[in-house]
Design a protein. Structure first.
Ligand code: SF4
Length: 297
């Protein structure tokens, strides 16, 4: 849900949001990503990171109010909007409460850094002001892969940040990227990711599948033959290994992103066997994988 028909349209560049925020009002609180260095990511390459002025953000909220009678959810974009200082974020959240009283949840992208620079008390204040869910990219639980991908944090740091979000009473949604270990490290990716996720036990786990975009370092590595992409069957095997090793009771598991070869949904740990059965059927060719041309980011 974007601010439509606005003369003062303030969206800058491409806007990304998690699949579960498809019907949310998108408010661009930051431009780009404060890290912007991951080898696989092209999302914000065209943007220089900055935090927008709070007044501009509040104006956007007022404007959206004019166009929509009912707004149940708001998502604060771009990447890592949690980096905004707590007093400013509280102003934004309180303004949403005042102008959009029917809003049930505000979501945000977070990074290990933006979480850890906030004290547990600050995160609780943000939750009380309406911050309901934070989306955190683990990408991989393997430190070797995270270092190669220039994620800027290791697995332990990401787990610690995720736990801090949960302790503040904010829902934690974690993203993992299938295929991020390539052919060389697929098993390490699956096993180490399962370990990290078992420690974090996120409320939601979203699985994306790696797509390499021109203009990224990873794209060049693939071109040079230094990184080999997995086939759809190999991605399914990797997910199978992940599911066999994960212990995250109550975590809602989804692999229904446009990039995924196979759409899976269930709740861990109770649906583990059902998910494994579907993966085995796909590996045996009894369920079709999505065609390459239908995939997207
Ligand atoms: S993956 Fe996330 S943290 Fe890394 S550059 Fe992209 S938006 Fe930033």
């Amino acid at each position: 849900m974007f601010i439509k028909g606005s003369e003062n349209l303030r969206y800058e560049g491409s806007i990304y949001r998690p699949p579960s925020e498809a019907w949310s009002l998108i408010i661009q609180a930051t431009i780009g990503c404060s890290h912007n260095k991951c080898s696989f990511c092209s999302m914000y390459k065209d943007k220089k990171f900055r935090i927008r002025k709070t007044e501009e953000i509040l104006d956007d909220i007022k404007e959206a109010r004019m166009y929509y009678r009912s707004i149940k959810r708001v998502f604060l974009a771009d990447g890592d909007a949690l980096i905004i200082k707590t007093p400013e974020l509280l102003k934004i959240l309180n303004f949403i409460k005042e102008w959009i009283p029917e809003c049930e949840r505000v979501g945000i992208y977070a990074s290990p850094e933006s979480i850890m620079i906030k004290t547990p008390e600050e995160l609780k204040l943000l939750r009380e002001a309406g911050l309901g869910i934070a989306y955190l990219g683990l990408e991989s639980g393997s430190d070797q892969i995270l270092a190669y991908m220039n994620k800027g944090a290791d697995s332990e740091e990401i787990v610690k940040a995720g736990l801090r979000i949960k302790e503040a009473g904010i829902l934690l949604s974690v993203t993992l990227i299938s295929g991020l270990g390539g052919k060389k490290l697929w098993k390490e990716h699956a096993v180490e990711s399962a370990k990290a996720l078992s420690k974090m036990k996120p409320d939601y786990l979203g699985l994306l599948t790696l797509m390499v975009e021109p203009g990224t370092k990873l794209y060049d590595d693939v071109e040079k033959g230094q990184f080999q992409l997995l086939t759809p069957q190999q991605v399914a095997l990797e997910t199978l290994e992940l599911l066999k090793n994960i212990d995250a009771e109550g975590c809602v598991f989804r692999s229904n992103h446009a990039s995924n070869y196979l759409s899976l949904k269930g709740t861990l740990n109770q649906d583990r066997e059902m998910l494994i059965k579907q993966l085995n059927e796909a590996i045996k060719g009894q369920i079709d994988f999505k065609d390459e041309y239908l995939r997207g980011l």
